[in-house]
Design a protein around this ligand. Structure first.
Ligand code: EPU
Length: 417
C-alpha cells in the first residue's frame, strides 16, 4: 500500500493551479446519459472520476478520455443501455447512485445498488428516492438494490425536500430534465456544483431556472452536441488556501473564481490570513499571527463540511480556543485522533470540536479514513517538526489531482512510497 512522507517546516512559495471540480464532474457525467454526443473539458484525473467512467461504460456509453487534455468525449447512440449500476462500483463511490435519475427517466427502469454506509456517516438515499417517487417512480429495495420503474415515464411534480441534499437535488434535476412537464424543486442544494450541472444541462438545451433555493425544470428536450468546461474545484482551492496560510511565504492559487469561495476567503481574512484577490487568482501572503475563530458547517453558501478537517489544522496555529460545529455529517471528526497523535489539543463534545492553539505539531505515522481527513494530515505534516508518514493514501487519490506534484512545485518536501 502506498504512503506519503512529508517533511515539515519548509516554507512554501510559488503557484498552484486548481483542477476541475470532482463533485461537479460526477453529476455532469451521470447527466450525460441524456446526451447523444458531448465533450467535457477540465475534468480532474482522479479515482472517483475514473470509477464513474467505468460505471457509465458498463451501462453502455462510449467514452474516450484524453488524459493530456483533461477532457473526454462521450457518444451515446445506442437505443438500449444496460440499466444496472452494480454494487462493486457504487460501494466505492456513492455518487454512482446519480445514474438512478437519468436511467429511470430515459429507460423507465433502473436497478442501482444501495451504496451502504461510509466513513463519514450513514449517508442514506431516502431523499433521492422521495423525489423520484413524487415523479411517479415505483421503488422497491431488494437484495441490496434499488429497483425503480416508471411504466409511463417520469412526470413533472412539485417536490419540497424536507432536508437539503446535494446528491438528491442533482438526481432530481437530471431526472426532471427528461420527465414530462414541469418540475419545481423546493429547499434545494444550491452548491456551485449543482449550479454547474444546471449550466451544463441548459447548454444541452434544457430549460432550468434557479431562484433562491427553488429550481424549476421544464422537462424533455432534444440534446445538442456541446463542449462543456467543468468549474474549478472549490474544495481543492480551499485546501491549498489553507496550506498557504499554514506554510506559505507567498503563494498564488490560480484558475479560480474568488466570488465562489467568498465565505472561505472571508473566514481566512478574519483569522488574519493576508490575501489579495484578482480576477482568476488569489495570492496568500505570509501571516504572522492567526486568530481563533468559530465555524459551523452548512449547505452553500455556508462553510463547506469538505473543508472542515483542513481548517482544523489551521486552528491549531491560532491563539486561543477555536470551535468547529459539524452540521452535515454525523461522523466527520475521524481526523481528530490522528491530529492529536501529532500533538494537537482538540476536544470533541457532540458535534463540536474545540481546538486549542497555538500548539506545536510533531511528525508521526498516521492514517485516515476519508478524502478530506487524509488531506488534513498532509497539511499537518507540512507544519510539523520532522517527518509525517500518511498511510492509506488511496483516499487522497479519489479526489486530489497531482497533490504531491502541486505541493512540490511550491518547494514542499513530499514523497510517495
Ligand atoms: N442525506 C439524507 N438522505 C439522503 C441524502 C442525504 O439524509 O437521501 C443526508 C446525509 O446523510 C447528510 C446530508 O443529508 O447528512 C447531506 O448529504 P448530501 O446528500 O448533501 O451529500 P452527498 O450528495 O452525498 C456531496 C458531496 C460530498 C459533500 C456533501 C455535502 C459529491 C459527489 N459529494 O455528497 O463530498 O461532503 O455533498 O456538501 O458531490 C467529498 O468530496 O469529500 C465529499 C464527501
Amino acid at each position: 500500500m502506498q504512503k506519503l512522507i512529508v517533511k515539515g517546516k519548509k516554507f512554501l512559495s510559488g503557484s498552484i493551479s486548481i483542477s476541475g471540480s470532482k463533485n461537479a464532474t460526477l453529476p455532469i457525467l451521470a447527466a450525460s446519459l441524456l446526451c447523444k454526443k458531448v465533450k467535457i473539458t477540465n475534468i480532474p484525473l482522479v479515482k472517483d472520476v475514473f470509477t464513474m467512467i467505468e460505471l457509465l461504460s458498463s451501462i453502455g456509453l462510449n467514452i474516450k478520455i484524453n488524459k493530456n487534455e483533461n477532457s473526454l468525449k462521450i457518444s451515446n447512440f445506442k437505443r438500449r443501455l444496460n440499466t444496472i449500476a452494480p454494487y462493486n462500483l457504487v460501494k466505492t463511490m456513492r455518487a454512482g447512485v446519480l445514474v438512478l435519475g437519468p436511467l429511470l427517466a430515459k429507460f423507465k427502469k433502473a436497478k442501482v445498488s444501495l451504496p451502504g454506509g461510509c466513513a463519514i456517516g450513514s449517508r442514506p438515499v431516502d431523499l433521492h428516492l422521495f423525489a423520484l417517487k413524487k415523479m411517479g417512480a415505483k421503488i422497491k429495495i431488494k437484495n441490496g438494490y434499488i429497483h425503480a420503474s416508471a411504466k409511463n415515464g417520469l412526470i413533472g411534480a412539485n417536490i419540497n425536500f424536507p432536508k437539503i441534499s446535494v446528491g438528491a437535488t442533482e438526481n432530481a434535476i437530471i431526472a426532471a430534465a427528461h420527465a414530462k412537464g414541469k418540475t419545481t424543486l423546493w429547499n434545494c442544494s444550491i452548491e456551485p456544483e449543482v449550479q454547474d450541472l444546471i449550466f451544463f444541462l441548459n447548454n444541452l438545451g434544457c430549460n432550468i431556472r434557479l431562484k433562491k433555493r427553488n429550481i424549476v425544470i421544464v422537462g424533455m428536450f432534444e440534446p445538442k452536441s456541446i463542449s462543456y468546461e467543468i468549474m474549478f474545484d472549490r474544495i481543492e482551492a480551499g485546501t491549498y488556501l489553507i496550506a498557504s496560510a499554514l506554510a506559505g511565504k507567498k503563494i498564488s492559487i490560480l484558475k479560480v473564481k474568488p466570488s465562489v469561495i467568498d465565505t472561505e476567503i472571508k473566514i481566512l481574512k478574519k483569522m488574519g490570513v493576508k490575501n489579495t484577490r484578482k480576477k482568476n487568482k488569489i495570492i496568500i501572503h505570509k501571516s504572522n499571527k492567526i486568530n481563533k475563530t468559530n465555524i459551523v458547517t452548512a449547505p452553500y453558501p455556508g462553510f463547506p463540511t469538505d473543508l472542515q478537517a483542513q481548517m482544523m489544522v489551521l486552528m491549531t496555529k491560532a491563539q486561543g480556543i477555536s470551535k468547529i460545529k459539524e452540521n452535515i455529517f454525523e461522523n466527520r471528526f475521524m481526523h481528530v485522533p490522528e491530529l492529536k497523535r501529532m500533538g494537537a489539543k482538540i476536544k470533541i463534545k457532540n458535534n463540536t470540536a474545540f481546538i486549542e492553539g497555538p500548539c506545536k505539531l510533531s511528525g508521526a505515522e498516521v492514517m485516515a479514513t476519508d478524502l478530506r481527513a487524509s488531506v488534513s494530515l498532509v497539511l499537518a505534516g507540512l507544519i510539523a517538526e520532522n517527518k509525517t508518514v500518511i498511510n492509506r493514501i488511496y483516499h487522497l487519490d479519489r479526489g486530489y489531482e497531482n497533490l504531491e506534484k502541486k505541493l512540490r512545485k511550491c518547494k514542499a518536501v513530499i514523497q510517495r512510497l
